[in-house]
Design a protein around this ligand. Structure first.
Ligand SMILES: C[S@@+](CC[C@H](N)C(=O)[O-])C[C@H]1O[C@@H](n2cnc3c(N)ncnc32)[C@H](O)[C@@H]1O
Length: 280
């Protein structure tokens, strides 16, 4: 296993994770000072680091039957967007676990500004090694985080161990639709920090082997190909605005990231799944 300090450093090869303060710059641009209170919904244009923003989080709430009584663990919570949205809309208690220290620290500050700290507990750690202190969850959810973790069977065994009986597992994740060349694997490992991209059958077999009974699986590849294509086009169309606000280096870095993601989806080899399963 890669050591925690190496993981922290290596994952920054993915440019999406390099300019964490962009969200504060965007907030200042709409007139919000750094300590000013916020509502979770004011943040959602900037804090959802996955496709289709809160629409996809609402689907998780519906499909995993999240309510005010639920305890939810989000693996790879980023800036805390999905966790705050779940707490603000469904009233659930959310443990937001995030590997990267800078993202976790900012997520925690944003949650405090939204007055949601009682509902959302931010923890910095690696899902494979974090100490859950005996916590059990009704729901484990993750958006575009699982493919970062190389050890899939260990990851799924931990999910099963941390879920209450009948508990829900919701994941939006990447997989390989076709065999990748070594160059493609290597570019995806660097630019997307893709550490585990199984094929479709292996993805579902691994869930079953871990004791997670599949409820639904949605093939998201075409949808996410179009989403990422439009994201890149829109980003470029607003180049002047982004450059003026964030500077040329940040613009180039984000543009590069969006281009790589779009290219791999468009090739037909990188795919996406939305999976709901339950602990048997
Ligand atoms: C694409 S981001 C998504 C963030 C958030 N789920 C969202 O949708 O806004 C995936 C996150 O997973 C985190 N991550 C990766 N490996 C992790 C691990 N082993 N334990 C905890 N978090 C991890 C990354 O640091 C990253 O912030």
């Amino acid at each position: 296993m890669i050591s925690k300090s190496h993981l922290q450093k290596d994952i920054k090869s993915m440019k999406l994770y390099c300019h964490v303060d962009r969200v504060l710059t965007e907030l200042r641009a709409v007139g919000k000072d750094d300590d000013e209170p916020l509502s979770a919904s004011e943040l959602t244009p900037f804090d959802q680091l996955h496709y289709h923003g809160t629409e996809s989080v609402d689907l998780a709430v519906e499909r995993a039957k999240i309510s005010a009584d639920s305890s939810v663990l989000e693996i790879g919570s980023g800036l805390g967007g999905p966790a705050r949205h779940i707490a603000a809309t469904a009233g659930a208690r959310v443990t937001a676990l995030e590997l990267q220290r800078d993202q976790n620290a900012l997520a925690s500050k944003l949650t405090a500004r939204c007055a949601l700290s009682e509902k959302v507990k931010h923890i910095c750690g690696d899902f494979l090694t974090y100490d859950g202190s005996g916590s059990q969850f009704d729901v484990i959810a993750s958006w575009l985080a699982l493919y970062h973790i190389r050890e899939r069977s260990q990851l799924l065994d931990r999910c099963c161990a941390l879920l209450n009986p009948g508990g829900y597992f919701f994941a939006e994740d990447l997989y390989a639709r076709e065999r990748l060349t070594q160059d493609e694997e290597s570019e995806l490992a660097t630019e997307l920090f893709a550490m585990h991209l199984p094929d479709y059958d292996a993805y579902l077999q691994d869930l079953a082997a871990a004791g997670l009974r599949l409820e639904t699986v949605e093939e998201m590849s075409d949808d996410w190909t179009e989403f990422t294509r439009m994201r890149q086009l829109n980003y470029r169309a607003q180049r002047a605005r982004h450059t003026a606000l964030h500077g040329e280096a940040v613009y180039q870095s984000m543009d590069h990231f969006y281009e790589v993601v779009t290219r791999h989806f468009t090739s037909g080899k990188l795919g996406g799944l939305r999976v709901v399963a339950r602990k048997a």
